[in-house]
Design a protein around this ligand. Structure first.
Ligand SMILES: Cc1cc2nc3c(=O)[nH]c(=O)nc-3n(C[C@H](O)[C@H](O)[C@H](O)COP(=O)(O)OP(=O)(O)OC[C@H]3O[C@@H](n4cnc5c(N)ncnc54)[C@H](O)[C@@H]3O)c2cc1C
Ligand code: SF4
Ligand code: SF4
Length: 299
């Protein structure tokens, strides 16, 4: 198996097979094309529908010339000292596993694909071997022999979330933790629990103007093919932010106040107050809040 460095000395020249089905597999495939591969095939053990990769990026890879072999499980590398191919077994999908995706079941039916290089894109995790011996990580902090050290960790090493946005947010939380440990009076940022997220069922979409998403500028493959320039041009401007509906956050729109049949909701400081002595509990206020910022509950 030849190791290939796609952004350094770019030695991919022949037929490349990428093993995996996530975003990294798609990145490897598109990078291999740009680095000079004559053909690129992504082999994945589930079907296209179950691919964890972003579907638009799978489509873009296909437009650029990447081919896909779905329901294929790699079982052997072929060649004698020099890679010549990969043997792939056909896969049938069984019952759903804990992730909700159907379990791939390898069959005895096999075929091989000839290739000159294989890129393994089979998942990634933080390498904790960089830590000094005896150290462990917990809640964004390093520990030795159970005692906290003045060392804070953030991003993939800490959370394993695997996105830039999570890494940035976690970096901020780690900085606040460090400041707090140094004695600064800072409030810790605690992420809102997922069970508090606002479901679609409580949103009142009729209250919002319908505006299709800005899909951003994308350069066609012929332009972007053989260089590593940006393919996606990004959004034209910040107007996309206007589509935010502030789910779960009161924007002082006054809807609840207007809809309350008893007139018991009044503006109060930066928010509202409800005269509970006269509230009939009809629930209209919560039902008419466009963004799920209000809910009914027992006192
Ligand atoms: C191929 C690929 C594609 C991705 N695509 C996306 C994407 O499209 N969108 C997205 O949101 N996320 C994507 N990610 C994930 C994203 O890159 C990471 O989640 C993010 O970079 C994590 O940031 P971080 O600061 O925690 O770690 P990193 O960005 O990995 O930074 C860690 C830094 O530490 C340095 N380092 C490591 N060991 C040492 C050492 N011993 N001494 C000194 N320095 C060291 C490394 O060189 C590196 O610069 C992708 C990841 C990969 C691998
Ligand atoms: S529950 Fe009904 S009466 Fe009470 S504040 Fe809401 S809309 Fe008004
Ligand atoms: S609670 Fe909802 S309806 Fe009432 S002012 Fe806030 S956003 Fe508007």
């Amino acid at each position: 198996l030849r190791r290939v460095n796609v952004d350094g000395d770019a030695q991919i020249r022949g037929r490349v097979v990428v093993l995996g089905g996530g975003n990294t597999a798609i990145d490897c495939a598109r990078s291999a094309l740009r680095a000079g591969a004559s053909s690129v095939t992504v082999a994945y053990r589930r079907s296209r529908l179950e691919m964890p990769a972003i579907h638009e990026e799978v489509d873009a890879a296909e437009r650029e010339g990447v081919t896909f072999a779905f329901l294929k499980q790699p079982v052997a590398f072929l060649g004698n000292g020099q890679l010549e191919g990969v043997e792939l077994a056909d896969v049938e999908l069984g019952p759903a596993d804990r992730s909700g995706r159907r379990t791939p079941m390898t069959t005895d039916r096999r075929a091989s694909i000839g290739c000159d290089a294989v890129l393994l894109a089979l998942g990634q995790s933080a390498d904790e071997s960089v830590l000094p011996e005896g150290w462990s990580l917990r809640d964004g902090r390093a520990f030795a022999a159970g005692a906290p050290l003045p060392v804070f960790v953030a991003g993939d090493l800490s959370t394993g979330e695997g996105t830039v946005a999570h890494a940035i947010g976690d970096g901020r939380r780690a900085a606040l933790k460090a400041l707090a440990a140094l004695g600064d009076a800072v409030a810790e940022v605690v992420p809102a629990p997922m069970e508090r997220s606002v479901p679609r069922s409580v949103m009142r979409f009729d209250h919002f103007p319908r505006r299709p998403a800005d899909e951003g500028a994308e350069h066609e493959p012929a332009e972007g093919m053989l260089d590593f320039g940006e393919v996606e041009g990004g959004l034209a401007n910040a107007s996309e932010a206007d589509r935010c509906m502030s789910c779960g956050h009161c924007t002082n729109c006054d809807n609840c106040l207007v809809y309350c049949p008893e007139g018991v909701i009044v503006r109060h400081g930066a928010g509202y107050a409800i005269d509970l002595d006269y509230c009939k509990g009809c629930g209209l206020c919560a039902a008419e809040c466009p963004r799920g910022a209000m809910e009914m509950g027992a006192l």
